[in-house]
Design a protein around this ligand. Structure first.
Ligand code: NAP
Length: 1131
């Protein structure tokens, strides 16, 4: 075979009537040579039928000898073809034909000898080889997973309804479909699309509700509680004469009722035998009954290829989406899938995936994304994702973890999450340092996620690790949190303090600023703004309280996975300055490994997953500098996708930053966007384009959309989520290292880095310097070039009007300071400036956490890739040494992670070699060339504290204290003066309403007379909501809120003088259907499993938009109001 064409493949084989033991996994079975008219298919998904299970249990009438590859229904992509193949080409997406020989016309005995999965080897394998005539092109509108359901169930339903000449189903007819199996669900969907009245039977009231609500079935009868359901069904037909078509799946036992339900000359299609054999003496229908009713009773044998093609056209035309069970099984889990079907737990078709699990996750998430309840638990679609459904294969929904645990120790563990969204409008965003980037609304609320780990023996031995959707941790914020915990008293005052609270930021550049302690980052945000600060403090404290209340005994385990496509190095020129022998130790110039800490609670039933906390470095700069909507950037997306994917509203997924300094999410590289060099890569050394900084910009995966980076951001978040989820779904002991050892320790010291002397490992005495910023700081980076034309190179310093003015207000560096900073040409001598108050921290937080063999470096700045590697390596080696000295052997090899920027924002931490290059990161390394080495030396010297016997929080504060400048900070941010509605209008009045009819993928919006959202931040609440009408309860339910990526709240001032404003609420459903990708997109994103509008069925319904506002009167009083849009349908 040609290169890259596999010669072996994995497959399952089945032996008849052996139960589940009859199924066997056969690895690397030989693939026969490709014949002239055959096609080799890489299978994506296999769909199970009742028949497949019945063969194992002995309930199936058809027989086969020996062993056989089971299953008939699958879909995949052709990867090789024989020399005479004319119908398909490589790359085509195809389904298998159930009876390979049934091309058209009637079935014959010879055709019956060609059925897959009992006469010919079936599809439960990773590769199949079939003649081209035995394949059918996949409908364009379906994904491969959806298409895998068509060959048997769909075609049988199609044949039953449209296969009999003269009796083809038409609009106005009535259809009865029995039960909610695969065949019947398709019959219902086809019937509804054709304009028929559809009546269904089921044994379950829950399913009855779903049939009505999700499919739109008009009438449902419970065949278990209503023994004589035939008459009832007849009564539901429009003329009460009976159904034109009956899909008979029960078999002999239900025929009597079917004859009551069918009309004269109506067709009963005998499809199945689910009701089993009749009991002796049981009264059945007779031929005479058939005669008197004049019914047409017809046995169905699947269908032909000709019918299959016609059916696919119908599916495309009507946008029919097969109902796929939320629980999708991996290839290795085929037995579980069979059992699941045997236990009749499914809703829709049961799928076994033949491709890698990571792609499955993508699918699940896109589907789950809009189905998951909002945090207030009010989502009306709760029922589809009940306990029997999505749970175990995806390891979700607060259910028992599939994790294999051996040898881990028990800890107290708890997780909590709370809203920290500050003022979403009129406040400068923190990150790009662009004073003009002011908030105009919210796409995604911001959160604090708290993870507490404690000893089960000593209550004081615990720590709380916080991840805020903010640009960084901060001295004032951390202090505010500590004070609030003290004020709470009780356990909060006793058990939490300076030593054991770590406050990290995800480094999002798309949240409100003006909350930082020091003057330098306050400058572009026009000072400090108490509401912005208070929202973060309050939310962070709430998350700690929730995590504390969630504490219970449980376990921790650590796993790692590589994420190759979510970050690149944006300063590779500086990275190359590191010694070659050091660089050679690594495959990449950024860290590609994500480390995941998994939290489980121990329950009577086993371990229950409650959260994950992971570390992976990528800048929060996916949302670009022209974005004005609040989001959690790519980490916010990843966390939200993960949490939603679990279906459990209490699950907390923390995506923490790591050695983020020189990483970028703009993975396509940095290009000149305009000017003479337009289209070329920016200069490697300086990131300049024709000697200019601003034309150079990094490109995210969806660069060029003019959407402020929104699509790229979602994609980079999704990639991190997909990796974390893939690891999470790998529950084997090989993937996870249990955390063990009863040591739960934390240390924290404030250190003054303006004058810290220490000895390098080579014996040289060095010292750090008062904080200072170099010229390249003002150049910005390729993620966000500076607003003024500074350059990332030290050899061409010049000042711009803005920073020149700023620079003139800070101290002038003296020769000692200049010499101390070495290669850095100082632009802002911030560490020596305290007028009117301190500009940047000189006193920094040195903090380490430890549980068992896991050590966390809590980094106060953005360590670059190599800086992080050196720091982690040093802590690792020191920990090994101390452990052997202390004879602490029970804990295993130390695992060291680095999280930050945390506790205070000290900008960047480069290696001394990178520092000498003085690109942005080097110029922003505050304390001179030995900054990193100082941190390493300090953490090494404090590390033995983490090996000391258990103790209490220290009562005495060690070392110097940083200034808390909350009460002295300046603010030029004006408060909201007044809100007024225009004449003859009221707050919330509709300015332009929604259109009444929409299709999935549309953006649906309305505008309202608004008021300033700064009047009430509505923490843990929402400004915007989508409400759906629940036809069962006859009530409106909130189904989306500000936490949902697809719902956008925008506010616009229409007259400053009058105090009027306008609010636009947009529901961008394309994010939920997959339409956001458009036609293009990175080819490696989804491959063939890209979900094409996979969620459309679920969006159908009646909705309205709601706006929650608060208006401020001139006297200062604030009055809440609400408003709803008109109703609209998604069809
Ligand atoms: N002739 C053909 O060409 C052909 C093709 C495909 C399938 N079949 C046969 O058709 C039958 C259905 O196949 P499927 O793939 O749709 O099966 P399935 O997906 O396994 O269907 C299971 C559902 O059928 C319903 N059901 C079970 N017993 C029933 C009964 N006595 N009366 C009415 N409904 C009952 C139940 O619905 P509720 O839970 O809602 O009660 C159950 O959930 C099977 O016997 C299968 O072998 C025949």
């Amino acid at each position: 075979m040609a290169p890259n064409i596999p010669t072996t493949s994995d497959r399952w084989t089945a032996r008849q009537e052996r139960g589940m033991d009859g199924l066997q996994l056969d690895l690397n079975a030989a693939i026969p040579p490709i014949g002239p008219t055959s096609c080799l298919i890489k299978m994506a998904a296999v769909s199970l039928n009742y028949r497949d299970v019945a063969m194992l249990t002995g309930a199936y009438p058809g027989r086969f000898k020996g062993s056989m590859v089971p299953c008939s229904d699958g879909a995949g992509t052709i990867i090789a073809i024989g020399s005479n193949v004319s119908l398909y080409k490589v790359g085509d997406r195809v389904c298998t034909l159930f009876s390979q020989g049934h091309q058209s016309g009637f079935v014959t005995p010879a055709i019956r000898e060609t059925t897959l999965g009992n006469k010919i080897d079936g599809v439960l394998r990773r590769h199949t080889l079939y003649d081209e005539t035995g394949l059918v092109a996949v409908p364009d509108s379906l994904s491969l997973i959806e298409a895998s359901t068509l060959p048997c169930a769909a075609l049988t339903a199609w044949n039953a309804l449209f296969g009999l000449e003269g009796r083809r189903l038409k609009a106005g007819d009535a259809v009865l479909a029995q039960g909610t199996g695969g065949v019947s669900l398709f019959a219902m969907q086809f019937g509804l699309a054709a304009g028929a009245t559809v009546i269904a039977t089921t044994s379950s009231d829950t399913k009855a509700e779903r049939l009505r609500r999700e499919l739109g079935v008009q009438h449902v009868v419970n065949y278990k509680t209503n023994e004589y359901w035939g008459e009832t069904v007849r009564g539901f037909t429009p003329d009460q004469e009976g159904a034109h078509h009956v899909i008979e799946v029960g078999g002999e036992n239900s025929m009597q009722q079917s004859l009551k339900a069918v009309r004269a000359e109506g067709v009963i299609s005998i499809v199945g035998f689910l009701g089993g054999k009749p009991l002796a003496g049981q009264e059945l229908c007779s031929f005479t009954d058939v005669l008197f009713i004049a019914a047409i009773v017809r046995g169905i044998n699947i269908g032909s290829k000709e019918q299959f093609v016609a059916m696919n056209e119908f599916i495309d035309k009507h946008g029919i989406k097969p109902v796929v069970d939320g629980k999708v099984f991996r290839f290795e889990e085929a037995k579980e899938a069979y059992q699941y079907l045997l236990d009749q737990k499914q809703w829709g078709k049961v799928i076994v995936l033949a491709l890698a699990a990571s792609l499955l996750i993508v699918l699940s998430t896109v589907n789950i994304l809009h189905r998951t309840p909002s945090r207030n638990g009010q989502h009306p679609l709760d029922i589809p994702y009940d306990q029997n459904n999505t749970v175990k294969s995806l390891g979700v929904d607060g259910h028992i973890s599939a994790l294999v645990l051996t040898g881990g120790d028990t800890y107290l563990v708890g997780v909590g999450k709370a809203d920290v969204t500050g003022p979403v409008v009129e406040i400068n965003f923190m990150g790009y340092a662009d004073p003009n980037q002011l908030g105009s609304g919210v796409r995604q609320r911001l959160y604090s996620r708290a993870f507490i780990i404690g000893s089960t023996e000593v209550p004081e031995d615990r720590f709380a690790y916080l991840i805020l959707d903010t640009q960084s941790g901060d001295t004032a914020i951390r202090n505010g949190i500590l004070e609030a915990l003290q004020d709470k008293g009780g356990d909060f005052a006793k058990l939490y303090g300076n030593q054991n609270i770590a406050v990290t930021g995800t480094h999002s550049h798309s949240g409100p600023g003006a909350w930082l302690n020091y003057l330098l980052p306050q400058i572009t945000s026009r000072g400090f703004h108490k509401p912005s600060y208070q929202a973060i403090v309050d939310g962070a404290v709430a998350s700690i309280v929730r995590a504390h209340e969630n504490l219970a005994k449980g376990h921790l385990s650590v796993g790692t996975i590589d994420v190759l496509d979510a970050n690149i190095n944006r300063s590779p020129y500086a990275y190359l300055a590191n010694p070659a022998e050091e660089r050679e130790k690594y495959d990449h110039d950024v860290d590609k490994t994500m480390t995941v800490l998994r939290f489980t609670h121990t329950t009577e039933d086993g371990e229950k997953d409650i959260g994950i906390l992971n570390w992976f470095p990528v800048h929060g700069t996916s949302m670009l500098g022209n974005n004005t909507l609040v989001t959690g950037d790519n980490k916010g997306v990843a966390a939200s996708l993960f949490e939603k994917s679990t279906g459990n509203t209490d699950f907390v997924a923390g995506f923490s930053q790591a050695n983020v300094g020189d990483t970028s999410p703009n993975v396509l590289g940095a290009y000149c966007e305009y000017g003479d060099e337009a289209g070329e890569l920016c200069d490697f050394r300086t990131s300049l384009c024709g000697n200019k900084t601003q034309p150079c910009h990094g490109r995210g995966p969806y660069w060029g959309r003019h959407d402020a980076g929104t699509a790229s951001n979602f994609e980079i978040g999704r990639r991190q989520f997909a990796a974390a989820r893939e690891l999470y779904d790998n529950s084997t002991s090989a993937a996870w290292t249990p955390v063990k050892g009863q040591m739960v320790r934390s240390l924290h010291h404030f250190v003054d880095l303006s004058t810290h002397s220490f000895t390098l490992p080579n014996g040289t005495l060095v010292h750090t310097c008062p904080a200072a910023m170099g010229y390249s700081f003002a150049a910005g980076t390729t993620d966000g070039p500076g607003a003024f034309d500074f350059k990332q190179a030290p050899d061409d310093p010049h000042a711009s009007p803005f920073w020149r003015v700023i620079g003139n207000r800070v101290a002038t560096p003296n020769d000692t300071q200049k010499a101390c900073h070495g290669d850095k040409i100082i632009l802002l001598d911030v560490g020596e400036s305290d007028t009117p108050y301190q500009w940047s921290p000189n006193i920094v937080d040195v903090q380490l956490l430890r549980v068992g063999q896991l050590f966390v470096i809590v980094s106060p700045g953005e360590a670059t890739t190599m800086a992080g590697r050196r720091w982690k390596g040093a802590v690792h080696d020191a920990a090994v040494k101390i452990a052997s000295r202390e004879r602490e052997t029970s804990h295993g090899t130390p695992i060291v992670v680095l999280g930050g920027p945390a506790n205070t924002y000290t900008h960047y931490i480069t290696t001394s070699e990178e520092y000498s290059i003085q690109r942005y990161e080097g110029a922003s390394t505050l304390y001179g060339p030995w900054t990193l080495d100082a941190y390493i030396s300090l953490t090494q010297s404090y590390l033995p504290e983490l090996f000391e016997p258990s103790g209490h929080l220290p009562t005495l504060v060690k070392g110097p204290q940083p200034p808390i400048q909350v009460n002295v900070s300046m603010s030029f941010i004006t408060p909201v003066v007044v809100d007024r509605a225009p004449f003859f209008k009221h707050f919330g009045g509709i300015k332009s309403d929604v259109k009444p009819l929409h299709k999935p993928g549309d953006t649906i919006f309305a505008t309202f007379v608004g008021a300033n959202p700064r009047n009430n931040l509505r923490l843990d609440g929402t400004f915007a909501a989508v409400e759906q009408f629940d036809y069962v309860d006859k009530a409106w339910r909130q189904v989306r809120d500000d936490g949902d990526w697809s719902l956008v709240f925008e506010w616009k001032r229409t007259s400053t003088t009058l105090g009027t404003s306008e609010v636009k609420i947009s529901w961008e459903t394309g994010w939920e259907t997959g339409d956001w990708r458009g036609d293009s997109g990175p080819s490696d994103a989804h491959g063939d499993l890209l979900v094409r509008n996979g969620a459309t069925d679920d969006l159908r319904g009646l909705y309205r938009l709601r706006y929650y506002g608060d208006a401020k009167a001139l006297g200062g009083s604030i009055t809440p109001f609400e408003s709803v849009s008109g109703e609209f349908k998604i069809v």
